[in-house]
Design a protein around this ligand. Structure first.
Ligand code: ATP
Ligand code: PH2
Length: 167
């Protein structure tokens, strides 16, 4: 058993429908908690439309590789094709962190699965929904999510706006 924090995002097609369907799939895969949807400006060097983003916390009988496989299944179900790095997509699911049942954070330097996610700490689109869902959240090796957010440019944080309730 392990617990994973997943970041979901998409900026093509029916963004809200795609994220809702992904959350419905996760409901059958050990979904423990989910954030509402946030509209976020595109992060990174590629010019593209705004994203909807959300965080899901799942717990179940999978190891880290199993959570990554689930992330890829959700992306495929949303019709995602792999194109430009950091470019537009119907659905992107990143594994932010995985915690074993003894409380140990899984660490991995494998390029196919790097844990904790190496860029999560600098992404307001991950940290804002995560903090709202879990005010005590910690990104292993980086610190409290609240402190990481406080270290980001305030304009980046303010640009992440609550979009609507999932329910
Ligand atoms: N923690 C992780 N979560 C998801 N994918 C990961 C992780 N670590 C490594 N990867 C690998 O990254 C590869 C590229 O993923 P993807 O296309 O989603 O990248 P990206 O979303 O453009 O960029 P980023 O990784 O910065 O979010 C995947 O095939 C996956 O194997
Ligand atoms: N706001 C936001 N920006 C992004 C996102 C995302 O989910 N949200 N995903 C990306 C894919 O690497 C690149 N940029």
């Amino acid at each position: 058993m392990s617990r994973a924090v997943l970041s979901l995002g998409g900026n093509l097609g029916d963004r809200a429908g795609t994220l809702r369907r992904a959350m419905e799939s996760l409901a059958g895969q050990g979904l423990v908690a989910r954030s509402v949807l946030y509209e976020t400006p595109p992060w990174g060097p590629v010019e593209q439309p705004p994203y909807l983003n959300a965080i899901a916390v799942v717990r179940g009988d999978r190891d880290a590789a199993g959570w990554l496989a689930l992330a890829h299944e959700l992306e495929q179900a949303a019709g995602r094709t792999r194109e430009v790095r950091w470019g537009a997509r119907t659905l992107d699911v990143d594994v932010v962190t995985v915690t074993a049942d003894d409380g140990t954070a899984v660490r991995s330097d494998d390029p196919q699965l790097t844990l904790p996610h190496p860029r999560a700490h600098e992404r307001a689109f991950v940290l804002v929904p995560w903090l709202a869902l879990d005010p005590g959240a910690e990104l292993p090796g980086r610190g409290a999510v609240a402190d990481l957010l406080a270290a980001l440019p305030p304009d980046d944080v303010a640009a992440v706006v609550r979009w609507e309730q999932l329910a």
